[in-house]
Design a protein around this ligand. Sequence first.
Ligand SMILES: [Mg+2]
Length: 331
Amino acid sequence: MAFGEFDLIETYFTHRLPKRDDVEIGIGDDGAVTRVPDNSDLVIVTDTMVQGVHFDEDTPARAVGHKIVAVNLSDLAAMGAEPAWISLAISLPQVNQEWLTGFAHGLREICDYYSCQLIGGDTTQGPLSITVTAHGFVPRGKAVRRDGAKPGDWLYVSGTLGDAGLALAARQHRRKLNPDYQRRLTERLYFPSPRVALGQSLRGIASSAIDVSDGLLADIKHVLKASHVGARISVDELPLSMALTESLSAEDALTYALTSGDDYELLFTVPESQRGLFDTVTAHSPSKPVCIGRITSDAEVLQLRHGDEPWELPETAHGFEHFSASAIESD
Ligand SMILES: [Mg+2]
């Protein structure tokens, strides 16, 4: 079956995908026509995954289909947006029906779950690469931004960190895990859960938010820079999975939690004045946000603390190249 013999998007992606009332024209015309609810802003995000860069050849197609949508919905979540539509561009070396079926399955499952409609797409021949653009809504003016953190705000993370990074290290034979942990952590690497509901509940409560895609230390820098503030993080408070703590030394576990990416948790700040409301809103949330520190007035200075002592990342830290050591100061 050669490229161009039929429309791949039509064949693999239009059936059994959610249909929304706000889509006037979906796949099948030159462009999609959609309706944004009154008094809402449209939030648009894009992410690309390239084989050999973002995922390896052994990654199941279903996982790739899930993840390319999940990483986009994670960006929408970090803005406080409700997902609505996605468009998809795939470049494929050849038409591999088995791969496309698995990929479409993974994509469909997560789109179904979030009532997200595929409204357009394109396929070309080339190295395996997938780009998704996702669109979502926030009430007008209510998007959660990176630049609103203020000194004194509390710093939270929505769930355990380092799990996906350790799964990747095990897959690449850099670490050895017991089979149960390997299975659980690989699930986090392959099928990340975007914190969509939590992100929306943070509107009007969080002063800033970002999703942790490149690692906590790498991503917090964006918030500190945009908000012109610093942060103090207590490494003792970092949420760590049992799989992580039981597989690594204490120092290595913290290093993974701070520097490895792909966990797609939310990192956000809550002013003291909103903390009661935040606790009420998240009391029944499936993700249990954990307070890991506080925003300071020292612009772009990040302090890591272990008890009352400064804590430093070991110099050999995995992923150390992903962030600038000069941004880290331990007093
Ligand atoms: Mg992001």
